[in-house]
Design a protein around this ligand. Sequence first.
Ligand code: NAD
Ligand code: WQD
Length: 341
Amino acid sequence: MNTVLVTGGTGYIGSHTAVELINEGYRVLIADNLSNSEPEVIDGIEKITGVRPGFEQLDICDGPLLKEYMDKNSDIAAIIHFAASKAVGESVEKPLKYYRNNLVSLLNLLEEMQQRSLSNLVFSSSCTVYGQPDKLPVTESAPVKKAGSPYGNTKKIAEDIIEDSIMSNPSLKSISLRYFNPIGAHPSALIGELPRGVPDNLVPFITQTAAGLRSELKVFGDDYNTPDGSCIRDYLHVTDLARAHVVAIKRLLGNRNKKNYEVFNLGTGKGISVLEMIKTFERVNSLKINYTITGRRAGDTEQVWADTTLANNELGWKAESSLEETLVSAWKWEQYYRKNN
Ligand code: NAD
Ligand code: WQD
């Protein structure tokens, strides 16, 4: 049974990935400083899988503590590095916090991996590295553009750091997964997204408006050059996204990677507008969302969706869930969470 370290594993995507890894027979160790998640998430993972993952409250930016942790857990075969700060707006106000947290954590992990000849790293990257692509759907070979935020920059720089490390240390292998927009929750509703404060992202804002926590949803602009004027994104079910991490781990551990550094887009391949999202949510959950159209949000990309051919062909991975199922799962989670907290 291979052991996988999941940094940021009590977070939104990390917790869903821990479930999929356990279901596939991996031993999962989670290291998270709980800066943006709750320890109860571990109970949710255990309820779903029947297995309690190992958990340590640990700041990956703390080099000496990380070293101690790695010494104690010398059987780790691969690492999935989710731990990062991810609020785009906050990153504009506090860029140094973002550069420190997102890059020092990565540097510490890479140094530990190098010292232990540990080879396998899966990294959480983002479609934010493409900015507004010149061609859609966007492929992995599209130019990486200057990011619209310090957060986005940390992902671009992190990918460069990993690639450069591999050039100097050919025993290191890594896969960067560029996520498009993960949404929804585990179908059990025992784990899901837990935004702190007012959500920045569309789907948590929709579900909180439906739950009465927010009086209205603001649609940021209907004057874009898109069919209905609202922005377009590629929304994928978080459980599909989580499965892709298991596939990436198997590829690395099975030495099936074609290059020591590989990059894959993870999306559905379909672009959906904000207004289509609202209408679909209303229809599948038999609800009405109170929304108004307001001005554009600064820094928003007009439209982006993924070309997923590479992930389909190389990883044998495809997003399976429909948008309808995904939006049902998001609402089920919001209701479950409100009832129990
Ligand atoms: P999240 O905030 O829910 O999870 C991140 C977890 O990392 C949290 O539990 C947090 O407590 C932990 N963490 C942060 N800094 C840490 C540190 N220094 N040491 C230990 N733990 C730390 O976020 P998420 O949505 O699950 O995102 C996971 C990863 O995927 C992040 O790297 C994020 O940038 C990336 N990503 C997310 C999205 C998205 O839309 N959610 C899209 C693209 C990429
Ligand atoms: C989606 C669409 C908004 C809220 C962000 C990060 C990006 C990535 C994913 C990590 C946009 C519109 C939203 C609202 C709205 N994360 N919207 N009203 O903008 O694709 O990306 O999360 O790497 O880096 O920037 O996602 O969910 O914030 O917005 O109209 O209250 O919904 O304008 O068009 P986005 P989002």
